[in-house]
Design a protein around this ligand. Structure first.
Ligand SMILES: NC(=O)c1ccc[n+]([C@@H]2O[C@H](COP(=O)([O-])OP(=O)(O)OC[C@H]3O[C@@H](n4cnc5c(N)ncnc54)[C@H](OP(=O)(O)O)[C@@H]3O)[C@@H](O)[C@H]2O)c1
Length: 294
């Protein structure tokens, strides 16, 4: 049983990681603006003093850092804010982890790649296309330069049952329920990852004390359009409502997206017992969760 401090616990992944970690560890959830529970400690990661105060009070053995500015377009529109949270906030955590000898787990992204190749391996060259990807890569660099013990997990398109904040799958389900046709890009590929599956993987890796850089994502490369169709099929909605569109036709996107940022997960698979789910397996799990709540 370890003392684990978690950032971003009001977010999708932070919520699932908190639930998983609580099964066998002493968990300290933290937040910037939205406490996930009455036990959550206020800790804006951009405020170095606040970070130090919380760390010296708790003295965690492990820190799982999921907090980030994840809105890709907002990162391009407000670069100062994105840099402060994703790069400098991560640097603040890295420094204090080193001071108190805590291991850090940093959740990074497939958007560190430019998307020209797809099925990226850990050793492939990074080349972010947008400011979000750049700031997350800066976060990785700080961890590599500062921390003695670290685990970096790059993941892709998180989805899952979570009402507090919309994610792609929840957004598609809501749109299908409304029975209004909508467009989804067909030339944009990634590796959709059920957040609770990644939470299990993360905790298994924490327990096994694994260090280093890994790609940890769903084990299927798929286009957003096909992903949306699978969601409709699994949840028994009319697939005709989903219309394909090309990335260049989408006017709403401010930031450029990589065409194919899917991740190769062979390295992590050799180290873990947890199965990295295919899309249909992940969606079935999500459906069961929803059914159990009714
Ligand atoms: N979503 C994806 O598809 C995706 C794909 C690849 C990688 N990732 C990475 O996975 C991680 C989790 O993503 P997610 O989608 O679960 O996140 P999310 O739902 O967008 O939640 C983000 C969290 O970050 C916290 N946060 C933001 N600014 C903060 C600050 N200054 N100080 C402390 N906390 C702050 C928020 O806390 P408050 O609510 O308290 O402000 C919130 O809990 C992120 O690191 C992201 O980069 C996500």
């Amino acid at each position: 049983m370890a003392k684990i401090l978690i950032t971003g616990t009001s977010g999708l992944l932070g919520n699932k990681i908190t639930l998983e970690a609580k099964r066998r560890h002493i968990v300290y959830p933290t937040h910037a603006t939205h406490p996930s529970s009455s036990r959550s400690l206020k800790m804006d990661i951009t405020n170095e003093n606040e970070v130090k105060q919380v760390f010296y009070k708790i003295k965690p053995e492990v820190v799982i850092h999921t907090a980030a500015e994840t809105n890709v377009d907002k990162c391009s529109k407000d670069k100062k804010h994105a840099f402060a949270v994703n790069s400098e906030g991560t640097k603040n955590l890295a420094k204090v982890c080193n001071q108190i000898d805590a291991r850090i787990v940093y959740i990074s992204t497939d958007y560190v790649f430019d998307g020209e190749k797809g099925l990226y391996k850990e050793e492939d060259n990074t080349n972010p296309l947008n400011f979000y990807g750049f700031t997350k890569l800066m976060g990785e660099k700080h961890i590599l330069e500062i921390c003695k013990r670290y685990l970096i997990l790059r993941t892709s398109v998180l989805y899952g049952f979570y009402h507090e904040k919309p994610n792609f799958a929840m957004w598609v389900i809501t749109a299908l329920k409304d029975k209004k046709p909508f467009h989804v890009v067909e030339d944009h590929y990634n590796s959709p990852t059920l957040a609770s599956n990644l939470a299990e993987v993360t905790l298994e890796m924490v327990d096994k004390e694994l260090d280093g850089l890994y790609h940890a994502a769903g084990s299927e490369r798929i286009s957003r359009y096909s992903f949306a169709l699978r969601i409709a099929e699994t949840f028994e909605f009319n697939t005709d409502l989903i219309k394909p569109v090309k990335m260049h036709e989408l006017k709403a996107w401010v930031a450029k997206r990589p065409k194919d940022s899917s991740l190769c997960v062979n390295k992590v698979k050799k180290q873990i017992d947890t199965t990295l789910l295919h899309v249909s397996q992940g969606l079935k799990k999500m459906k069961m969760k929803l059914a159990n709540l009714k």
